[in-house]
Design a protein around this ligand. Structure first.
Ligand SMILES: [Zn+2]
Ligand SMILES: [Zn+2]
Length: 156
C-alpha cells in the first residue's frame, strides 16, 4: 500500500509533471519512480526495449509468422514472461500470428487477449447466471417460509 512518503513528483524542464511512487524495480531491486507507463527502472526499461525490438523484428518477418512461443524464446533469447506481458498489454500485436499467445487462465488454451478464452468466458458467464438464479430461488423460498411462519402465528 502506498503512503504519502512514497509519492513523488518529477518536474521536467518543459514543465511536464510526472506523478509516481518510489518503488524497488522488480528486476534489479534498484529504486525507481513507478508510473502508469513504467513498471521497471530506467536501466531495465532500456534493456526491455532492446529485447522488445529483437522480438518485434523476429515476428515481423513473414517466414516467422507461424512461430510458436518456444521458437521465439529460443531464437531471441527473451524471457517468455516478458513476451506474455507485452502481448497482454497490447504492446506486442499478435493478430495474424496464429501460434503466438499465452495460456487461458482457466483451461490453458492459447489466447491472444484477455485472461480467459472465449469458451471459458461463456462458461463463467453461465455459471454466474446459474449462481444468480440459485440465489434468487433461495430468497424466494425464504420469503415464502416467512409468510407461512407469520400466518401460522396469526392463527394461534
Ligand atoms: Zn531494474
Ligand atoms: Zn479457456
Amino acid at each position: 500500500m502506498a503512503n504519502f512518503a512514497d509519492i513523488s513528483y518529477v518536474t521536467f524542464e518543459n514543465g511536464v509533471k510526472l506523478v509516481g511512487e518510489l518503488r524497488n524495480c522488480p528486476n534489479c531491486n534498484s529504486l525507481f519512480l513507478k508510473t502508469n507507463l513504467r513498471d521497471v527502472c530506467e536501466n531495465c526499461y532500456k534493456t526491455e526495449q532492446k529485447q522488445f525490438d529483437v522480438v518485434y523484428n523476429f515476428i515481423r518477418k513473414s517466414e516467422n509468422r507461424m512461430a510458436t512461443m518456444d521458437q521465439i524464446v529460443t531464437a531471441t533469447d527473451v524471457d517468455e514472461d516478458l513476451i506474455i506481458k507485452w502481448i497482454r498489454s497490447g504492446k506486442l500485436r499478435v493478430a495474424g500470428l496464429p501460434n503466438l499467445g499465452y495460456p487461458c487462465d482457466s483451461c490453458g488454451t492459447l489466447i491472444q487477449k484477455g485472461s480467459v478464452c472465449p469458451n471459458c468466458a461463456t462458461n463463467i458467464k453461465q455459471d454466474l447466471y446459474k449462481a444468480e438464479e440459485e440465489k434468487r430461488r433461495i430468497q424466494e423460498l425464504r420469503k415464502k417460509d416467512r409468510t407461512y411462519f407469520l400466518e401460522g402465528n396469526k392463527r394461534k
